[in-house]
Design a protein around this ligand. Structure first.
Ligand SMILES: *Cc1c(COP(=O)(O)O)cnc(C)c1O
Length: 372
């Protein structure tokens, strides 16, 4: 049996006629960049989340940069973010001229450790980026409280967590602004690069929209130096076809995760969402000893896996110069050699999950299963 890590073809096939029609209509109208289809998706996505404004941009990395700039973060500022996240979260901070300040992971949720944020705050700290890693909402009560107490801007990086809920409230609605990626393999994915920033502030939305379109607050009036980061019309059309199906796809992921949890219990540490946090399982991540050997055995058996992420950001060559030592971020540092992401997508079958669990159980080093 073959089990791909993600299968984008299955989702395309399930709505092929609708996608094909939407794309051909957009091409026929030569609605290539921004335009009515993108505006329509912005309105639908804002309504889905319950935010006032959505600004569609070219990708999720740009969305973070634009969000940071829109809330006034720039040269000389420090921004707090988790050590274990996709590289883009840190890259965006650096690219606005600020310095990323990394905080360790929570050992069980993998999200930023909320009680380790405050000790990293200095008089230069201006913002916190909460990343809802793997699809699990970060501890928003704690994070919102720190941000308020220390007068910091709060940005949520929701690239992996479209539709995830914390105490019944959708992520993306807690801070000053939130960002989304619609990279094709994300839980809500376009047919190319795309992203968005959402906010309840009219002012932040206006600035973000201007930045994303050459600094124009009004057409043909360049009020500030922005950039070119707009969503393609085709992507807006595709995302509008997909959005009504998102909750169903998230539910399918939760059912798959439940089966994984059941079959892997006692064998490897499985994801454990705290009460009141709805995980959307963008990634289903376990920890295994001797990871490379385990992944190789799965690969030999036809099962693709991933690692998110093999090197925590402060330990990458790009950020080595900041001088973080393993003991500064002990959880992120020790877990980065153990994290293993198993196949996860809405169209995964029960047979595939059972096969992955059976194969993984046999692939684990003996010591790990001893004592069962
Ligand atoms: C994917 C991702 C991004 C970047 O999104 P792109 O659309 O690929 O630029 C940012 N942050 C996180 C956590 C991501 O997973």
């Amino acid at each position: 049996m073959q089990v791909p890590f993600v299968d984008l073809k299955a989702q395309y096939a399930s709505l092929k006629d609708e996608f094909d029609r939407a794309i051909l209509d957009a091409v026929g109208d030569t609605a290539f960049i921004a335009g009515g289809r993108v505006t329509k998706f912005e309105q639908e996505f804002a309504a889905y989340l319950g935010t006032k404004h959505c600004v569609a941009v070219a990708n999720g990395t740009d969305a973070i940069e634009i969000a940071l700039r829109s809330v006034g973060i720039g040269d000389g500022d420090e921004v707090i973010l988790p050590a274990n996240t996709f590289f883009a979260t840190a890259e965006a901070v650096t690219n606005v001229g600020a310095t990323p300040v990394f905080v360790d992971s929570h050992p069980e949720t993998y999200d930023i450790h909320p009680s380790k944020i405050e000790e990293r705050i200095t008089d230069k700290t201006k913002a916190i980026i909460a990343v809802h890693l793997y699809g699990l909402p970060a501890d928003m009560d704690e994070i919102v409280a720190v941000a308020e107490r220390r007068d910091l801007k709060l940005i949520e990086d929701c690239a992996q967590a479209h539709g995830a809920k914390y105490k019944g409230q959708k992520v993306g609605t807690f801070g000053d602004a939130a960002t989304f990626s619609f990279y094709p393999s994300k839980n809500l994915g376009a047919f190319g690069d795309a992203g968005a920033m959402v906010t309840n502030s009219q002012e932040t939305a206006d600035i973000a929209r201007a930045i994303s379109n050459h600094g124009q607050l009004q057409k043909n009036r360049h009020d500030l130096v922005g950039r070119n980061s707009r969503m393609d019309g085709i992507q807006g059309a595709v995302l509008s076809v997909k959005l009504p199906h998102l909750d169903g796809w998230l539910e399918a992921r939760r059912v798959h995760a439940g089966r994984y949890n059941e079959l892997l219990e006692g064998k490897v540490p499985t994801p454990t969402p705290p009460e009141n946090r709805e995980h959307t399982y963008h990634l289903y991540v376990v920890r295994v000893p001797d990871r490379e050997a385990v992944a190789a055995k799965l690969k030999d058996a036809g099962i693709d896996t991933g690692v998110h992420y093999p090197v925590a950001i402060p330990f990458t060559p790009a950020y080595e110069h900041l001088g973080y030592a393993p003991e500064d971020l002990p959880v992120a540092h020790s877990q980065m050699s153990e994290l293993l992401s198993l196949p996860m997508f809405a169209e995964l079958t029960t047979e595939q999950i059972d096969y992955v669990c059976e194969t993984l159980t046999l692939a684990l080093p003996r010591a790990a299963t001893a004592g069962e």
